[in-house]
Design a protein around this ligand. Structure first.
Ligand SMILES: CC(=O)SCCNC(=O)CCNC(=O)[C@H](O)C(C)(C)COP(=O)(O)OP(=O)(O)OC[C@H]1O[C@@H](n2cnc3c(N)ncnc32)[C@H](O)[C@@H]1OP(=O)(O)O
Ligand SMILES: O=C([O-])CC(=O)C(=O)O
Length: 370
């Protein structure tokens, strides 16, 4: 038995949800470029869960079910008020999502119908939790979700307490489409491993949030913004990045396990960053990002991944950096739940082997003789 470090290249399951073939990402066979330009996030949720694009009546039905499910239990709001105000936001999200299960009497109902209803609740409630977490941290009262608007619109409304601009809603919608699913990434794998024991969907999503939190995965978008803030201005980029490259340090937002010729989502986020910067009349963050890309790609051949330009996009949209990875989760919960439902449909416990590299033939020595 020989281990493959990081399971690189190992095919661990079959799935019909999303694919990465020759660097092209598809959701249910639809190219991400097509979906990014044309689809709403809600259409993508339907596509991921049910395998095809919805008819208008089906989309309307999904929108009203998401709206109806978007209020979170008051006990969860009360718990969030008790979290330390400076706690890690992903840790707070992980705890709050885990707590949702305690107030859902169907949490352990494993019928496909109940699990689909719980997927709807999780998708509807994550944005409400994230907005409430953010407001409570800032000493503000949470704002209840409104009905009849999209997830992108509702989230920005609950976050800021005012109607968002069409432009902000459109940009966030596109970011949510781009982040929705990504084959067997680490957080989706964590979700599938958890539910393959026939544990419940809340446990699966809680595991996934724990995996997404790390800076080698979803946490990289926040880490990119930390780096941009540390650099401070365009004229500091060169020295800062050169020092990191010379010291062989990782540059956050670059590289990918699967894409070696570039992440197809990055160009959409780059364009969004450029367009929003121009409209805002301040392109410094965008120009800093472009210069970093030139240096990292030029010297290391590494291309930006989905997390790199999302940092400047979210900042231009006025979203605090502590929420960047949580927004990733608001989107990715659609993919996590699609994979969880797929895992339940054709389940077998996921239990690989380890190549043992420890000591052998040890003999027990009584404690007084060690
Ligand atoms: C949504 C997402 O999860 S997208 C990924 C988000 N994560 C990041 O942006 C963090 C930065 N990137 C990385 O850490 C990695 O590229 C990962 C985690 C994405 C992929 O990891 P792996 O497939 O294991 O690649 P690995 O870390 O082995 O890198 C291969 C080589 O490229 C180098 N490398 C990879 N990424 C980077 C980077 N961002 N900056 C500098 N060097 C890098 C490694 O140091 C290694 O070099 P070596 O062979 O000389 O030791
Ligand atoms: O697939 C991966 O390894 C990471 C990634 O890009 C994602 O989850 O979107």
């Amino acid at each position: 038995m020989t281990a493959t470090k990081g399971l690189e290249g190992i095919v661990a399951t079959t799935s019909s949800i999303s694919s990465i073939i020759d660097g092209v990402l598809t959701y249910r066979g639809y190219n991400i470029d097509d979906l990014a330009i044309n689809a709403t996030f809600e259409e993508v949720i339907y596509l991921l869960w049910f395998g095809r694009l919805p008819l208008q009546s089906e989309l309307d039905q999904l929108l009203s079910e998401l709206s109806a499910a978007s209020t979170i239990p008051p006990q969860v709001i009360e718990q969030i008020r008790l979290y330390p105000k400076d706690t890690n936001t992903m840790a707070a999200l992980r705890s709050a999502v885990s707590a949702l299960a305690l107030y859902d009497e169907t949490a352990n109902d494993m019928t496909p119908e109940a699990n689909t209803q719980k997927a709807i609740k999780l998708q509807a409630q994550l944005p409400t939790i994230v907005a409430a977490l953010s407001r409570i941290r800032s000493g503000l009262e949470p704002i209840a979700p409104k009905s009849g608007v999209t997830i992108a619109h509702n989230f920005l409304y609950m976050l800021n307490g005012e109607e968002p601009s069409d432009l902000a809603v459109q940009a966030l919608n596109q970011a949510l489409v781009l982040h929705a699913d990504h084959e067997l990434n680490a957080s989706t794998f964590a979700a599938r491993v958890t539910v393959a024991t026939l544990s419940d969907i809340y446990s699966g999503v809680t595991s996934a949030i724990g995996a997404l939190k790390g800076p080698l995965h979803g946490g990289a978008n926040e880490a990119v913004m930390v780096m941009l803030e540390e650099i401070g201005s365009f004229d500091q980029v060169e020295d800062f990045i050169q020092t990191k490259l010379d010291n062989r340090e990782k540059i956050m937002g670059f590289g990918h396990r699967v894409y070696k010729n570039g992440d197809p989502r990055a160009k959409h986020l780059q364009k969004m960053s450029q367009d929003l910067s121009q409209l805002q009349g301040n392109s410094e963050l965008y120009e800093m990002s472009v210069r970093i890309e030139e240096m990292v790609t030029g010297q290391k051949g590494l291309k930006p991944n989905v997390d790199f330009y999302s940092a400047s996009v979210y900042t231009i949209l006025g979203i605090p950096r502590e929420l960047f990875t949580l927004i990733f989760a608001i989107s990715r919960v659609s993919g996590w739940t699609a994979h969880i439902l797929e895992q339940y449909e054709n389940n077998r416990i996921i239990r690989p082997r380890a190549e043992y590299t420890g000591l052998t033939n040890q003999k027990y020595v009584p404690i007084q003789n060690r």
